[in-house]
Design a binder for this molecule. Structure first.
Ligand code: PMP
Length: 422
């Protein structure tokens, strides 16, 4: 728990009274080590300052949105300039057309775009379009994959009716036989296969997509006349300057985007190919803030950087340096560290650590050394990071591995994660 009389502690005490559970959703620190700050005051580049003014090199990047660096001058200037000229208005500006043109030019499969606010809006629209296009109900999802917090895909059953979860069949990611079995179960009611671009579930090793699995998903959709959806909300633009499954040579019919394409400004998108255009025009979908011009101005500047700079190669290089350096330092400390997923979106789990007691201890040690890592969710690199930042993280990791090595025998269970080993 944060220090007594700290800003963080004071804010938590006030929040407990006026915010359910003290904080809701993915930004609650309920399942993080006790010393993790709940509240922050500012961010610039690759760094965050918590509510007590502690500076942290941030490997969470706001859970993805920070792609080019927090408070990026050019992107934020585009946002602020547009905001001052009119943002939420009675109709959209021409920027919505510019942005749709830019995104469909960038993403190979895409011929049209619908803009919304959160990733969950985009996945919800994808589901509706698939059902409108096919006149069928059933969707195939991979067990453990996250597609948002709406009732149909909520990860907790509380407040959700069985009806809202109906017409779903599950497979295991990268397991072709289970995908085929799911398609057989859906039979002639298959509307869509929803695919994560990679396995990026929490608490477990990540996995890149097996090209054969991705191809099989495409073939099964084609055979059934169903739509293939790739949910690129989290991984978009950190694996490719295109839909992430372009790296395995598979084009979906729909792809959902969010988080980072306006570098943290609120906008998401559902992109679709020609085949789904008619259904996309028939569903009713909208929101009071979906047409805001300022996030679109920020998105256009972010996409310019995506096209014209080596941001992706830069974060890949940094990610490789981090992965190599951590592997060397963990091995030198005699610790087994599993680093999975693309280097731009790493996840670290320790060997023989089913209840994450090692991961929790190590993450707290990193925090004490000014580096914010996550013990069970994939992390993100941003283009504002430098080799100096990676070396700072590696220095912190070296000290943290040594501290962990010294305490290995005496670590107690992490009670808040007891569900992992129950
Ligand atoms: N899909 C994926 C793969 C995600 O990671 C997320 C958010 N973490 C969502 C959908 C939902 O996005 P949002 O929280 O912006 O609604």
């Amino acid at each position: 728990m944060s220090r007594p009389n700290s800003q963080d502690r004071n804010l938590r005490e006030r929040a407990d009274k006026v915010i359910p559970g003290g904080m809701f959703g993915h930004q609650s620190t309920r399942l993080l080590p006790d010393d993790y700050p709940q509240f922050f005051s500012r961010a610039k580049g690759a760094r965050l300052w918590d509510a007590d003014g502690n500076e942290l090199l941030d490997f969470m990047c706001a859970y993805g949105p920070n792609l080019m660096g927090y408070a990026d001058d050019a992107i934020d200037n585009a946002y602020v300039t547009r905001m001052r000229q009119g943002d939420t208005m009675t109709g959209p500006t021409g920027l919505i057309v510019d942005l749709a043109e830019q995104m469909t030019a960038l993403v190979t499969h895409a011929d049209w775009a619908i803009f919304c606010k959160n990733g969950g809006d985009a996945t919800q629209i994808a589901l509706m379009i698939a059902r409108a296009h096919t006149g069928r109900n059933t969707v195939i999802l991979a067990r453990g994959a996250y597609h948002g917090a709406a009732p149909w895909c909520a990860t907790r059953p509380v407040g959700v009716t069985p009806g809202e979860k109906a017409n779903q069949v599950f497979c295991d990611y990268n397991d072709i036989a289970s995908l085929e079995a799911a398609a057989a179960q859906a039979g002639d009611d298959l509307a869509a296969i929803f695919a994560a671009p990679m396995k990026h579930d929490t608490f477990t090793d990540q996995a890149l997509p097996d090209p054969a699995y991705a191809r099989r998903a495409r073939d099964l959709c084609d055979a059934a006349g169903a739509l293939l959806v790739v949910d690129d909300v989290r991984a978009g633009l950190r694996i490719a300057r295109d839909c992430s499954w372009s790296t395995v040579g598979v084009q979906p019919d729909l792809s959902s985007w969010g988080k980072c394409f306006a570098n943290g400004h609120p906008i998401s998108a559902l992109l679709g190919s020609e085949v789904a255009r008619r259904a996309a025009g028939r569903i009713f979908t909208t929101g009071s803030f979906w047409y805001q011009a300022a996030p679109m101005a920020a998105a256009l500047e972010t996409l310019r950087r995506v096209r014209e700079t080596d941001y992706l190669e830069h974060i890949e290089g940094l990610g490789e340096r981090l992965r190599r350096g951590l592997a060397e330092r963990a091995a030198a400390a005699g610790l087994g560290l599993r680093q999975t997923g693309p280097v731009t979106m790493p996840l670290f789990l320790f060997e023989d650590d089913p209840d994450l007691r090692q991961g929790f201890f190590w993450s707290s040690e990193m925090l004490r050394r000014g580096v914010y890592v996550h013990p069970w969710h994939n992390m993100f690199l941003c283009a504002a990071m430098t080799t100096g930042d990676i070396d700072q993280a590696l220095d912190a990791a070296e000290g943290s591995f040594k501290a962990l090595r010294g305490q290995l025998g005496s670590l107690g269970p992490v009670e808040k994660l007891s569900f992992l080993t129950a």
